[in-house]
Design a protein around this ligand. Structure first.
Ligand SMILES: NC(=O)c1ccc[n+]([C@@H]2O[C@H](COP(=O)([O-])OP(=O)(O)OC[C@H]3O[C@@H](n4cnc5c(N)ncnc54)[C@H](OP(=O)(O)O)[C@@H]3O)[C@@H](O)[C@H]2O)c1
Length: 245
């Protein structure tokens, strides 16, 4: 039985992951913004066999509350074996181009709030000398594209931060997993036309649980995205800037 904290627990990908963890009897602590959705999610996980499900509501843009949130989760669970950070927003790039304030808000939600959580969390896991930190980044962070470079910047920064953190924490037996999904069919992508590249949250969730269990470092979900992004990163910049991406 693992003690698992899930931040952004009402995300479709987080819910699918939590269901797998509940079914194997893990003990869960869920943090999310929407109290009604959170309560329904918790109830569902209890019926699926979780050893226990506790919850806390929080707007994760309120960074100053993060330490207390983590403390409450760790106290309730009696320690943290696994932490999954899953919250995020996919802004419309065009709407950000005329507004630094809106851009800053998106960077706060998708990057700074993750750093704000990881800073005390890393110290806690380092002191307990074990555990897994898994964070949902994105393939969008692998290369800047005109259609979503603010989101991509946030995710790229998350991936880089995790890379450094992994190097620091592995000496303490703490594993840091960077999860890089491609397109996933969730509320976040509701307005995007679906195509063969889309995966279900359930498929991605299986990959997340496998990556955590196998103590992987950087995982593309589904795995074919590793080859796709290798090719995308290999395109020379003079050509890349001309592509309509
Ligand atoms: N879907 C994709 O194609 C895709 C691809 C790559 C990576 N990802 C990443 O996967 C993660 C999960 O996304 P998803 O696809 O599962 O989308 P989702 O179902 O829309 O989930 C996003 C979650 O983030 C929460 N959230 C956003 N801002 C928040 C805030 N300030 N405070 C608290 N919670 C906040 C939302 O809460 P509310 O319900 O209260 O709004 C929602 O539960 C995200 O990090 C996303 O960037 C998604």
């Amino acid at each position: 039985m693992k003690r698992v904290l899930i931040v952004g627990a009402t995300s479709a990908i987080a819910q699918a992951t939590a269901r797998l963890l509940a079914e194997r009897g893990d003990r869960l602590y869920l943090i999310a913004r929407d109290a009604a959705k959170l309560s329904a999610t918790a109830q569902d996980l209890r019926t699926r066999g979780a050893a226990g499900v506790d919850t806390a509501t929080a707007d994760l843009d309120e960074l100053e509350k993060h330490e207390a949130l983590l403390e409450a989760a760790a106290q309730t669970l009696g320690g943290l074996d696994i932490v999954l950070i899953a919250h995020g927003t996919l802004p419309e790039q065009g709407a950000l181009e005329g507004s630094y304030a809106a851009t800053e808000r998106e960077l706060r939600t998708n990057f700074l709030s993750v750093v704000s959580l990881l800073t005390p969390l890393a110290n806690r896991m380092e002191a307990q000398r074990g555990g897994t930190i898994a964070v949902i980044s994105s393939v969008a962070g692998d290369r800047g594209r005109p259609s979503n470079y603010v989101y991509g910047t946030a995710k790229g920064a998350v991936s880089l931060f995790l890379q450094g953190l992994r190097g620091r924490l592995h000496k303490s037996g703490v594993n840091v997993v960077t999860l890089k999904p491609g397109f996933v069919d969730t509320p976040m992508t509701a307005d995007i036309a679906k195509n063969a590249l889309f995966a279900s949250p359930e498929t991605v969730a299986k990959g997340i649980v496998r990556a955590i269990d196998q103590k992987r470092e950087v995982v593309y979900l589904p795995g074919f995205w590793r080859a796709v992004m290798f090719a995308v990163r290999a395109v020379p910049e003079p050509l890349f800037k001309r592509l309509k991406l």
